[in-house]
Design a protein. Structure first.
Length: 366
């Protein structure tokens, strides 16, 4: 799991920002939101332009050079903070059964690395400086690897992973699990179109994806449980599989009758089909078109996933409840910093506390 994430000089974050998912309290409620003393499901709040979306872009910067999965470089066109002429830095800390891995790197731009370092169980195992072309790898099985790279946009860490047959040592297992974790990260937005990064490649129409996986009836049941009573059928129209709703003897294209909220739910369901295999999902504006009951239901679906970490951004304070998550799983970005509610106040927060009322009263403000 991801334990910590730190950045410096990225977009609107002029100084450093630390997301510490290991900073939890000993609450006796809503424990499904935490796994192995790490936040598994989090909701991120903040004013417009506070950096909620940029937090997601920053967190997924790692996939730009470590994976070959879907990447949207448009999100990274404006990269470093415009007020500073300095490199951008990122640091990740992961925990696996065999141990922990820390990964730090520095970039000039989204596609130009300056330096990388990897520590496993406290010892450095990989390092590379792209300006001096000096580096080393101490993983068992990589002893004969040529460590002189000439291009700044090729990650040394990815190069090692792709060009070595590592031995079955504890450190090599941790490194392999780290690369697999990053390869299975997923970012998507619940707004108008299916924008996504990571996990997958290419484009697929949402309805066709549901039909192809024989999930039409399951999707229908998913909607029924949320109070949306459609009878769904798949039809082939001009060689293309499409989703239709039945109204008596009539059949109407699903998207011609679905509300914006239902379309957003359809997008969520499309990715929900994949989420058991996703390591970490970041959903930007996850409930943009939902009413409160739907937003709560979506969070509960994510809580059911035993191994998938979820970070969601929202403005909706009506779902801010200890019955859903815990005070250490509600996060707020303000003034370039991110803190959980439990960290932002000296008040001892208990299950009976009304978090929404406290939030609106400024109890968690800097």
């Amino acid at each position: 799991m991801l334990k910590k994430f730190w950045l410096k000089n990225f977009k609107n974050f002029k100084e450093d920002l630390l997301l510490d998912l290991s900073k939890i309290n000993n609450y006796g409620f809503s424990d499904k939101a935490v796994h192995n003393r790490t936040i598994k499901t989090a909701l991120v709040y903040g004013e417009n332009a506070s950096g909620k979306s940029n937090l997601g872009y920053a967190l997924f910067d790692i996939i730009l050079h470590l994976t070959d999965k879907e990447r949207n470089f448009e999100f990274y066109r404006l990269y470093g903070n415009l007020e500073k002429d300095e490199p951008t830095e990122f640091y990740y800390e992961f925990e696996f059964e065999e141990g922990n891995l820390k990964y730090w790197y520095k970039k000039e731009s989204a596609q130009k690395l300056l330096e990388e370092k990897v520590w496993i169980n406290g010892d450095i195992y990989l390092r590379y400086n792209y300006e001096t072309h000096e580096g080393e790898v101490l993983l068992a099985g990589a002893e004969t690897l040529n460590t002189n790279l000439t291009e700044k946009n090729i990650s040394f860490v990815k190069y090692v992973s792709n060009n070595t047959v590592l031995k079955n040592t504890e450190e090599c297992i941790v490194f392999t699990k780290f690369m697999r974790f990053v390869d299975r990260m997923l970012w998507f937005s619940s707004l108008e179109k299916n924008d996504y990064q990571g996990y997958y490649n290419g484009t697929e129409k949402i309805a066709q994806g549901i039909i192809k996986r024989n999930k039409v009836k399951d999707f229908q049941e998913f909607l029924h449980e949320l109070g949306i009573e459609y009878e769904l059928v798949a039809k082939e129209i001009e060689g293309e599989q499409q989703l239709f709703c039945k109204f008596g003897k009539r059949e109407v294209n699903f998207y011609s009758v679905a509300s914006r909220g239902t379309c957003s739910l359809t997008l969520f369901y499309y990715w929900l089909m994949h989420l058991e295999n996703v390591s970490l999902v970041f959903i930007d504006e996850f409930d943009a078109f939902y009413h409160n009951n739907l937003a709560t239901a979506v969070v509960k679906e994510l809580l059911k996933l035993p191994k998938t970490q979820s970070i969601l951004t929202t403005h909706n304070t009506d779902i801010m409840s200890n019955d859903l998550l815990r005070p250490d799983c509600y996060l707020r970005i303000q003034n370039g910093k991110i803190k959980s509610f439990s960290e932002a106040t000296n008040k001892e927060l208990r299950k009976a506390h009304n978090l929404q009322k406290l939030y609106n009263a400024g109890a968690f403000d800097d």
